[in-house]
Design a protein around this ligand. Structure first.
Ligand SMILES: *Cc1c(COP(=O)(O)O)cnc(C)c1O
Length: 374
């Protein structure tokens, strides 16, 4: 059997070890230290944002953002339905109520029109939403200006889930830097990784300080351990931050490679007009974290699932698109505003191997497999 071709696997740059070694040699083996501080600075520079709090995961970052906004029991929080569950789970940690919004067909992200419909309806029902959490799925920037304009008009703060969109830009500005707070993830499958990790980013340094405070058990200023708030153990470790510093050095080349992968699939599948792609509208620059296709109806009876199964036979990993949150058993019964787009994407979509370490021989295997299927 050939080696497995992964959807998106870690791709070390080589520079990581010197930072990890340095942490080891100086005994900064702790959830604080020079790598954490420098990773925060270097990431802030990359994004063009004032402040970064390095955390244990992207999920933790969303959780802290909600806590900082004061989200609590029975508050409503608007959330993209078409996403990974990590976007919505922290709303549940706060015993708040998620209100799911379907996607628009251009970027596959939160539909601004439905967003406004939902806000008006929630207000009419007497419970004005306290926050909006929206995503840039697969690296594709959402219709950010439309979402921000609505959030400002109704005075509802925005949390931007850029977990999949590090290095993506809208109108030349980095994703993650538009919302009141943004979050990033450095999980093993993301465009760069620290093995596991995340960050909360903001131009408001008060939020960043508050995130660091809450992430380190909310210790008051006192010689003894004194607490006036519930704290969390959400800080990034100095070892992990060392990996992150090395990874940041190669981020640009990783984006180039992922975009090349996207071009490779477009060329490979250009003869099949029932296969379509997630496209960049004007001013949208995607890191193309994952290349995704939609398989429309065709005479041969090929479906996204039949492609997935054929690929699996050849030890090539592909995956259906995210199953929308409003279709997940755990979120059944929560309010949702629908137009059918995300369900259609889920039923006909497939993520293709997109790692920046995808080799030429691996690409040839994928070509052969597609040729056999098509
Ligand atoms: C990966 C991911 C997260 C969560 O990040 P973790 O670091 O794995 O906790 C959140 N939202 C989206 C859209 C993601 O893809």
């Amino acid at each position: 059997m050939n080696n497995k071709i992964w959807l998106s696997s870690p791709h070390m740059g080589g520079g990581e070890m010197k930072y990890v070694q340095d942490a080891y040699d100086t005994n900064w083996v702790a959830p604080l230290g020079p790598n954490v501080n420098n990773f925060e600075k270097e990431l802030a520079d990359k994004l063009g944002i004032a402040g970064v709090a390095a955390l244990s995961s992207g999920t933790a970052a969303i959780h802290l953002a909600l806590i900082i906004l004061g989200i609590k029991h029975s508050d409503e929080v608007i959330c993209s339905s078409f996403t990974f569950s990590a976007t919505a789970n922290p709303i549940m940690y706060q015993s708040a109520t998620p209100v799911f919004i379907d996607s628009e067909a251009d970027t596959w992200n939160m539909d601004p029109e439905l967003l406004e419909t939902a806000i008006k309806d929630r207000i009419k029902k007497g419970n004005k939403p306290k926050a909006i959490v929206f995503v840039h799925l697969y690296g594709m920037p959402a219709k950010i200006y439309d979402i921000l304009e609505i959030s400002q008009r109704y005075d509802i703060p925005v949390i931007e889930d850029a977990a999949e969109a590090l290095g993506s830009r809208f109108n030349k500005q980095s994703c993650g830097s538009f919302g009141l707070m943004g979050i990033l993830s450095f999980n093993g499958n993301k465009i760069i990784t620290t093995s596991g990790g995340g960050a909360l980013v903001s131009n408001n340094l008060k939020y960043i300080e508050k995130a660091r405070f809450l992430a380190t058990q909310a210790r008051d200023k006192a010689p003894h351990y004194q607490h006036s708030e519930v704290g969390y153990n959400y800080r990034m470790s100095n070892i992990v931050a060392g990996i992150g510093r090395g990874q940041l050095e190669v981020l640009e080349s990783r984006i180039i490679k992922r975009r090349e992968n996207n071009q490779f699939y477009r060329k490979l599948l250009s003869d099949y007009d029932f296969i379509s792609f997630q496209n960049e509208p004007k001013n949208h620059f995607s890191n193309y974290w994952l290349t995704t296709i939609i398989v429309g109806t065709n005479k041969q009876g090929i479906t996204s699932e039949s492609i997935r199964l054929s690929m699996e036979q050849e030890n090539i990993e592909t995956r259906p698109l995210w199953k929308p949150m409003h279709l997940q058993p755990v979120f059944a019964g929560y309010p949702v505003y629908l137009n059918g787009v995300s369900e259609r994407l889920f039923n006909h979509g497939l993520c293709l191997p997109s790692g920046s370490n995808l080799s030429e021989p691996e690409k040839e295997r994928i070509v052969r497999c597609f040729e056999a299927i098509l």
